[in-house]
Structures are given as C-alpha cells and as structure tokens.
Design a protein around this ligand. Structure first.
Ligand code: MN
Length: 174
C-alpha cells in the first residue's frame, strides 16, 4: 500500500537555509556536466570565515549536506596544481578519500603520498594539510559531521614543534 511509505518519505526538517524542505524534493540522481562538476552543485569558496587561515587555490562543493538530515556532510574539495588547504586541527574528525589527480597530505606527524581511493582518517586534534602536486590538481571527498568545532591554526610555538620533524617542515605551507 502506498500509505505505508508516506511517513518515511514526507518527513520535514529544517534546512541550513532556514526553511523547510521535504526529503522528496532532494535529487535522487545528480549527473555531471563534466568530470567532477555535478549538476546544480555550486562551487563554493573553500572557507567562509574571515581570518588568518592560509590556503591556496582550493574550491569546495557540498555533495551531501544538512538538508539530508543525517548530521553529516560529504564535500568535494579540489586543490589546483601547487595549491594547498589550511594547516589546521580541531576536535571533529575527517575521512578523506582522494578521487582526482595527485598530491600528498600531512596527518598528525606523518607526510603521506596519496593514491586515488586511499582512505585518510584525520583523528581529533591531529594537524592536517593537503597539497596538490605542482603539475596536477588534487580532488578529494571529505566527510564531517554538521555540528563541528571551528578549526584551530598553529601558534608560532606549535609551528616550531611541527618543524622539528624535517619531513613535516619541508611539507607544510603557511
Ligand atoms: Mn580539517
């Protein structure tokens, strides 16, 4: 019977825009206009906050956000050749899956070369930064919870500590 399914699919919830939308209105399939460019998913600036966060040539696309009511987000970040994300740490964790191009990452005290479809787990309060190679973009999926703390940037003392490790010193970009 049709009625049996109505409750599950007509649930209402509060979206990030501050108005109610039904789960039914969300798309079931979103195709790509070109590779890694999904229809009607806008390219956003990497970080909204004003401040000292340093990064270079990074874009953000929210593939699965608050509107889905799951308390989690899946974003697609793309770092242009030679670019990098912010060196930061925070309480919330990430799962990162590189899906395009080439690059490397700092996770806690390790610099890791990324292979497409690797899994990169960023634990709570672990320093992390992602860099594209000089001759290739790096695109990755990043999962986070919706309710999360703001990233913390390194103090000069923390930078000094990080730089005790030669590989880390060589990798990080501020
Ligand atoms: Mn982060």
């Amino acid at each position: 019977m049709k009625e049996a399914r109505t409750t599950a699919t007509s649930r209402w919830f509060h979206s990030s825009e501050g108005h109610n939308r039904s789960v039914n209105e969300l798309h079931k399939h979103v195709d790509q206009e070109e590779p890694y460019r999904w229809r009607n998913i806008p390219e956003l600036i990497y970080k909204d906050e004003q401040g000292n966060a340093t990064f270079k040539d990074v874009t953000r696309r929210v593939l699965f956000g608050e509107a889905y009511g799951q308390g989690m987000e899946v974003r697609y970040f793309e770092v242009e050749a030679g670019g990098h994300t912010t060196l930061e740490k925070h309480e919330h964790t990430h799962l990162v899956i590189p899906i395009r191009g080439r690059g490397a990452a700092l996770v806690e005290d390790q610099v890791v070369r990324l292979t497409m479809h690797d899994l990169v787990y960023v634990p709570s309060w672990a320093w992390h930064q992602f860099r594209a190679d000089d001759d290739s973009e790096l695109g990755f999926l990043c999962m986070v919870k919706v309710e999360r703390d703001r990233p913390t940037l390194p103090t000069s003392e923390e930078l000094e500590m990080l730089r005790h490790n030669a590989a880390v010193a060589d990798f990080i970009r501020i």
